[in-house]
Design a protein around this ligand. Structure first.
Ligand code: DAU
Length: 354
């Protein structure tokens, strides 16, 4: 069985972070989202992994994931010229996939518990496709499935009036039957070849599509709130490891402090991770925070946030919370009078003065 991870697309919902960086590389608990998918493949014993990349962000993904040896897999990169849909991505990868069965994993998804069990279910009951479903409060944002007597009868991509609350999770198991199905469908109203339509095509033609309800948590990290939620869920699973330097500092709860980080008169209340080379001075880091490599926090309080590498937060009056800072962002408060706000922010940024 091969693996296919989809890391192309545009990432419009995480702008401005994704103006300069692939959304699949935004870190959750200081590890790029994409790496969780690659590790899930490796843990399930899938060692041939194809990664779909877009021309604009592909190089960055190649640099981060490399040849796959850091995960114990062999990675083949497949460039998709335009984000023409998930089924289009499958067709683009056909030369890599050949006639092998494969697991397709959306590169911005996180699935607790991995895919080992699903692979076993797929291999033992041998359907033409296996889809993962989970009940959600907002099914209109996802592909939605309708079941009858435990069988999949109908699928719809982001229907305005969903008929069930069962969302399609971004992990699928396919036989090579999916290639002909992807060739048979037309682009959707949003102009994409939808994998949901290709699976419906399998159902309509009498192929066996098996549903599997997900027990653990699942997150599509496409939006800020989802990123923060994914960060919480992963941070809840970490084990304390304090490799950095602690000077007159206090650490409570589960906290990882990477080697090369330096904390002076800092209080960290976990779960939290502090990246290598970070400098934390006279500050408080609250629960569910991931501070990237080489960040600087001074005279400030930060909680329930994700800071990418090289960012700095200094001299804040109030606590910064529920925030996502990109790379090398600088937030500082001066002491001049009269006091004022001064911003230089990219397109589609959001600033909340609460
Ligand atoms: O997250 C689950 C949902 O993922 C499913 O419920 C939907 O049925 C499915 O269509 C998909 O919806 P999204 O709108 O969230 O998909 P998105 O455009 O975010 O793309 C998912 C991943 O695939 C993302 O890592 C980008 C990548 N991608 C996307 C497109 C459209 C590609 O590699 N190529 C593409 O052409």
């Amino acid at each position: 069985m091969k693996g296919l991870i989809l890391s192309g697309g545009k990432g419009t919902r995480l702008r401005p972070i994704t103006h300069t960086s692939a959304k699949q590389l935004v870190p959750v608990a200081n590890t790029p989202v994409l790496f969780y998918g690659i590790r899930a493949m490796a843990d399930a014993g899938i060692d041939e992994v194809g990664i779909i990349i877009a021309p604009e962000t592909g190089d960055e993904i190649r640099t981060a994931a490399g040849d796959g040896s850091q995960f114990g897999v062999k990675i083949t990169y497949v460039v998709q010229d335009e984000p023409a849909g998930l089924a289009h991505a499958v067709l683009t990868a056909e030369p890599f996939l050949g006639t092998d069965p494969f697991v397709m994993y959306l590169g911005d998804n996180l699935l607790q518990g991995g895919i080992g069990e699903l692979k076993q279910a797929f291999e033992s009951s041998a359907p033409d496709a296996l889809i993962l479903l989970t009940p959600v409060p907002d099914p209109e944002h996802y592909g939605v499935a309708e079941l009858e007597d435990g069988r999949v009868v109908r699928l719809a991509e982001k229907p305005p009036e969903p008929r069930t609350n069962l969302a399609l999770v971004g992990v699928y198991m396919f036989t090579s039957a999916i290639h002909d199905a992807a060739r048979a469908i037309e682009p959707s109203a949003r102009g994409e070849l939808e994998i949901t339509d290709a699976i419906q095509h399998l159902v309509d033609n009498g192929s066996r599509v098996e549903p599997h309800i997900v027990n653990g948590w699942w997150k599509d990290t496409g939006r800020l709130d989802d990123m923060l939620a994914a960060n919480r869920l992963i941070l809840d699973t970490i084990q304390t490891r304090l490799d950095g330097e602690l000077i007159e500092s206090q650490v409570d709860g589960r906290v990882v402090i990477e080697a090369g980080a330096r904390l002076e008169r800092a209080a960290v209340r976990g779960p939290a991770v502090i990246g290598a080379g970070a400098k934390l001075t006279d500050c408080y880091i609250g629960p569910y925070t991931a501070i990237g490599d080489d960040c600087v926090i001074e005279h400030a309080e930060v909680e329930h946030s994700i800071l990418l590498a090289g960012s700095s937060v200094r001299n804040l009056d109030g606590r910064m919370e529920s925030s996502l800072l990109g790379r090398n962002v600088k937030i500082d408060r001066g002491d001049r009078q009269p006091r004022a706000y001064r911003f230089m922010v990219g397109d589609n940024s959001e600033i909340g003065i609460l």
